[in-house]
Every structure is written in C-alpha cells, then in structure tokens.
Ligand binder design. Structure first.
Ligand code: 3PG
Length: 208
C-alpha cells in the first residue's frame, strides 16, 4: 500500500496547491477536475489546510486528494485523519519515513541525492518526489540517476512550468511532474475558477 506508483499514474501533473480560505477548497478542486486533473497535493502550509483537505475529501469524490509539505510524524497522522489519500514530504528523515510508512496510504517521499534515493529504496518504495527539481539539477540530473538506478520512478517538483514540464516528462524515469502553476495565487484570490480549469486542461494534455 505504501508505494505511490499508482498515485503518479493519475495525471501528467500533480498540482501542488496552497489554500488560505477553506471556502476556496471545493470550487478549486472542482475546477481542476473540470480541466481533467483528478489529483491534488494540498500543502500543509496554512493553518486551515487540514480543514480544506477534509472538505475536498468529503465533497469532491472525483479527485484524489493528498497532503503535501509533511514535515513531521504528527502532521502525517493528522493529514490521514483529515482524509488524505496519499502523503508527500519534501525530504526525509528516518523518523518521518518510518512514521509515514506506518500509515495505510501511499507515501511519496522527497529526495534530492543518490544517497536519499537509496535510503527510500531500502524502505521499500520505488516512487519518489525529486525536490527541488530545478535547483537540484533538473532533467540532466534525473537522467544521470537513471543510469545506475533505472527502476525508480520520480515526480520532479520545484521550479517546473508548463513550458519546462515536457523536458522532464520525456525521461523514462519520470512518471509525472508536480507544480503550483495550475493554481496561481491571484487566480485563487479572484476566485477565477475558469482560469484554473483552463490551466488544468493544459496540464492534462501533456504527454508522457
Ligand atoms: C512543492 O512543494 O512541491 C513546491 O513548492 C512546488 O514548487 P513550485 O511552486 O516551484 O511549482
């Protein structure tokens, strides 16, 4: 159950979303679904994030909702209790990895070095988030990792746009990418759900 390979197959792009006002959660999630993106990584970066996560889990059954920016075991527990169907962390520690793996949902741990890739493999997972993808080396770095470790599938995230996503998606060890560009803060503030649906449509049309 813990491996997140199935999560990475849902969409070419996992939207990484931060919501301040829980009232925005359901319409935003529906806007993504309307554009063809049926997955959302909701970051635990706001006080109300768990409330938004619960609302999406309860009211938008068509979307697979996960929790991102998991930094501590306590956050992992709280996210699953709120309805998270998968967990994403920007990095790993032994305690965080053990704690996430004790929960009954797929886990997508963040890695940025070959040593971290090996540590996550030792824990039994072959799907990982590569973060922060752009600053850490981008597509050439992932291509180089694929030579000795071809069986790991990555979701690179961090500094990726609609324009640069294809450079990642063409790599054999990239299953999908993550990014916040589908839900710009100004579109959310303006409740411009049509713009988010349009951005989701562009992302859903990417090929991999
Ligand atoms: C993440 O947590 O995955 C990143 O903050 C998303 O990065 P981006 O905003 O550069 O897409």
């Amino acid at each position: 159950m813990a491996d997140a390979s199935g999560v990475l197959s849902v969409s070419p792009v996992i939207p990484v979303v931060t919501i301040d006002d829980p009232q925005d959660a359901v319409p935003l999630a529906r806007a993504l679904v309307d554009g063809g993106v049926k997955i959302i990584e909701l970051t635990l970066r706001t006080d109300s994030a768990l409330t938004s996560l619960k609302l999406i889990a309860e009211e938008v059954p068509d979307i697979l909702v996960g929790a991102g920016t998991i930094l501590t075991p306590a956050q992992a527990d709280a996210a699953v209790q709120a309805g998270a169907k998968f967990l994403v962390s920007p990095g790993i520690t032994p305690a965080l990895l053990t704690s996430m793996l004790s929960l009954d949902v797929p886990v997508l741990p963040g890695v940025a070095t070959v040593g971290e890739v090996l540590a996550v493999l030792e824990a039994g997972l072959e799907a990982m988030k590569f973060f922060p993808a752009g600053p850490a080396g981008g597509p050439p770095y992932l291509a180089a990792i694929g030579a000795p470790i071809p069986h790991v599938q990555f979701c690179p995230t961090g500094g990726i746009s609609l324009a640069t996503a294809p450079d990642y998606l063409k790599l054999p060890n990239v299953a999908c990418v993550g990014g916040s560009w589908l839900t710009p803060a100004d579109a959310v503030a303006a409740k411009d759900w049509g713009r988010i649906t349009s951005l989701a449509g562009g992302a859903a049309a990417l090929t991999r």
